[in-house]
Design a protein. Structure first.
Length: 94
C-alpha cells in the first residue's frame, strides 16, 4: 500500500523546490491524494512564495475533480498575504 509522506511537501516548500511538489502531485495516483494532501502542497508553494505553482496545484485539483473548500482558499490567501512586497507580480501571474 502506498503511503504519502507529507513532510516532503514541507521540506520542498521551505527549500523553494515547488517543481518537486508539482511533480509529486502529478505522479501520485488520484486515489491517494486527498484534500489534506493538496492543502499541504498549497502550503509548500506559499512557503516558497510561488503563486504560479500554487495555482497549478488548484488546476490539478480541478483536473482530478477534487473540490476546493475554504481551507484551500484560506491557504492561498495566507500565501498571498505573506508576500505583500510581490503583490504586483503575483497579480500579473493570475
Amino acid at each position: 500500500m502506498l503511503r504519502v509522506v507529507h513532510t516532503l511537501f514541507c521540506a520542498a516548500g521551505k527549500s523553494g523546490n515547488t517543481a518537486a511538489v508539482l511533480r509529486f502531485l502529478q505522479l501520485l495516483p488520484p486515489d491517494y491524494a486527498h484534500a489534506p494532501t493538496y492543502n499541504l502542497a498549497l502550503k509548500a508553494c506559499a512557503d516558497a512564495r510561488d503563486l504560479r505553482a500554487a495555482l497549478r496545484v488548484v488546476d490539478i485539483m480541478g483536473i482530478r475533480r477534487v473540490p476546493t473548500d475554504f481551507i484551500h482558499f484560506t491557504t492561498l490567501i495566507a500565501g498571498v498575504a505573506s508576500n505583500r512586497g510581490r503583490m504586483a507580480a503575483m497579480a500579473a501571474a493570475v
